[in-house]
Write a protein that binds this ligand. Structure first.
Ligand code: BGC
Length: 552
């Protein structure tokens, strides 16, 4: 194996980092097969450097049947041949490290892909075998086992149980999958499963990976004791217990796994970091973020805030306090590969149910794109000024709107197929990036793109925005550089504007202040040097739907 360069020192690099999520299949296609790859990422290292990032997070790039965009992993310690090779992975890490960018990879421990060698072995080995015990196989109910073992729905609908055909050709047992049927859930009571994930974490850490994003981190341990099987039709937080005793999610025992992982992370210098994707009650997040556990846990609260000063302030206060109490730092997120891009969300009225809206209006959207982009830029500035780490999603630096008009026959998201009556899909935020104004797939590759790009993509491409003062791309670059020069400590305090509750204004170290106008009238800026604004000032005042950074 090659020598791996690690970035020097600071073990706390993640606390106030800007991390950029790359969805590898849709970032840049280096070999002209319509699918993004590691070669593509390597070719864009100068671009990533120009953004001024601390780290990238790579969504799954492992061998996969792509039943769920790669979150169905068939081999945890390899690279999908369509995406590249392990050697290319090493080169990518080296090149990113050379320019000071760290690498976080996605670990998907709740389920494997159904082509994983363990699942294939389980199918062949038959009921009661040690191979089946690595997953959750159960006999069905009814005279011939024809009724599913429990009334448990899948996240992607409808059921979480699929019946297998046994080696003798007869219909047989059922296995549990909280997501698509190509994503069988592991049995985390099985020590082999635990050992194998430790092996995976060491494998990537040894190759120089700096950290991990843990997929559905709250689901691994389920209550399956004494024949019990969870039953549930909704995955809403309101039906999840918040005391560690829910039979499906967020059980206290899951932290034993993360305590073991923490020991592995701490074997490295600097220690490897991890962030939990755990959709749990807010009071339960600190356990995932503890220094004895994964160390950080996503706070997705801003996704539900809308354009509302009161809500944004409440969310900021809650999360900054909670993170402090657990010794961690919080995370800020406006977009990722699972949700409608925020430039589009902010162009819809506050309180919109985005899933419903998408299902009904995909071909007739009526989004106020200008308003959406103004508010997206302003919110990004606000979040980048808060203490904590900020996760950006590829394309948001271009102010990309959701690509809405994807015809049904070109959709890839299992959510769309498994629950057709709902009409939900996450494909619109996964459309390959536009790099150029024109040309094959707008510079994504030389031979088309695996999801269709809308015509307007060229107008918002990197080429169209590069070097253009006021473009969203240049704004992001400017903000990242400023933030890097100003953010030395996690110091934070509000400046109250009693007469103007629609103004959010706070102070950070080095005289840095951020002020956002959620109201309808322009507001006066505090005294100081204007460092950056998300919208041009009007007669020296901050217009509505805008943020300014000041140095006092
Ligand atoms: C990922 C999704 C994925 C699911 C199942 C999530 O939380 O972010 O994209 O479909 O886990 O792995």
């Amino acid at each position: 194996m090659a020598e791996f360069t690690m970035l020097a020192g600071d073990k706390d690099w993640w606390r106030q980092a800007v991390i950029y999520q790359i969805y590898p299949r849709s970032f840049a296609d280096g070999n002209g097969d319509g699918i993004g790859d590691l070669k593509g990422i390597i070719s864009k290292v100068p671009y990533l450097k120009s953004l001024g990032l601390d780290a990238i997070w790579l969504s799954p790039f492992y061998p996969s049947a792509l039943a769920d965009g790669g979150y169905d992993v068939d081999d945890y310690r390899n690279v999908d041949p369509r995406i590249g090779t392990l050697e290319e992975f090493d080169v990518m890490v080296q090149e990113l490290h050379k320019v000071g960018i760290r690498v976080i990879v996605d670990i998907v421990p709740n389920h494997s892909g159904s082509n994983h060698e363990w699942f294939q072995a389980a199918l062949k080995a038959g009921p009661g075998s040690p191979e089946r015990d690595r997953y959750i196989f159960r006999d069905g109910k009814g005279a011939n086992g024809e009724i599913r073992p429990s009334e448990l729905a899948s996240h992607f609908g409808p059921t979480a149980w699929t019946r297998v055909t046994e080696p003798d050709g007869k219909p047989g047992q059922w296995y549990m999958h909280l997501f698509a049927s190509e994503q069988p859930d592991f049995n985390w009571d099985n020590p082999e499963v635990r050992e194998d994930f430790v092996k995976t974490l060491r494998f990537w850490s040894d190759r120089g990976v700096d950290g991990y994003r843990i997929d559905v981190a709250h689901a691994l341990v389920k209550d399956l004791k004494n024949g019990h099987l969870p039953e549930r039709q909704s995955f809403d937080l309101s039906v999840m217990k918040n005391n560690g005793e829910d039979d499906l999610f967020d059980r206290d025992e899951v932290h034993e796994i993360y305590a073991e992982w923490r020991k592995v992370f701490n074997e490295y210098n600097p220690p490897r970091v991890a962030v939990a994707e755990a959709w749990v009650h807010a009071n339960r997040r600190p356990a995932y973020a503890s220094t004895e556990g994964l160390g950080q846990s996503f706070n997705f609260d801003m996704l539900g805030a809308g354009w509302d000063a009161k809500k944004v302030r409440k969310i900021a206060d809650y999360n900054l306090k909670a993170a402090k109490a657990s010794g961690s730092s919080t995370t800020w997120v406006l977009s990722n590969h699972d949700i409608i891009r925020h430039a589009t969300r902010f162009g819809l009225p506050n309180g919109t149910d985005f899933g419903q809206w998408y299902a009904k209006n995909r071909f007739n959207p009526k989004v106020d794109e200008k308003l959406g982009l103004d508010r997206a830029r302003a919110m990004t500035m606000l979040l980048l000024a808060l203490p904590g780490s900020t996760y950006l999603y590829q394309g948001e630096e271009l102010g990309l709107q959701e690509a809405l008009e994807i015809p049904a026959e070109l959709m890839q998201d299992p959510q769309f197929f498994r629950n057709p009556e709902l009409g939900l899909s996450r494909d619109g935020c996964r459309v390959p990036l536009p790099w150029n104004r024109t040309g094959s797939s707008f510079g994504f590759g030389t031979n088309g793109s695996h999801l269709p790009q809308p015509e307007w993509y060229g107008n918002v491409s990197v080429e169209a925005q590069d070097g253009v003062h006021g473009s969203t791309l240049e704004l992001y670059r400017e903000l990242m550089a400023l933030r890097r020069s100003l953010e030395t400590t996690e110091e934070f305090s509000w400046v109250n504007h009693i007469l103007s509750p629609t103004t959010l204004h706070f102070k950070r170290p080095n005289g840095w202040q951020s002020i956002t106008n959620f109201g309808t009238k322009s507001i006066k800026l505090p005294k100081g040097k204007v460092l950056a604004t998300s919208k041009a000032l009007v007669q020296g005042k901050l217009p509505q739907n805008a943020t300014a950074w000041i140095q006092a």
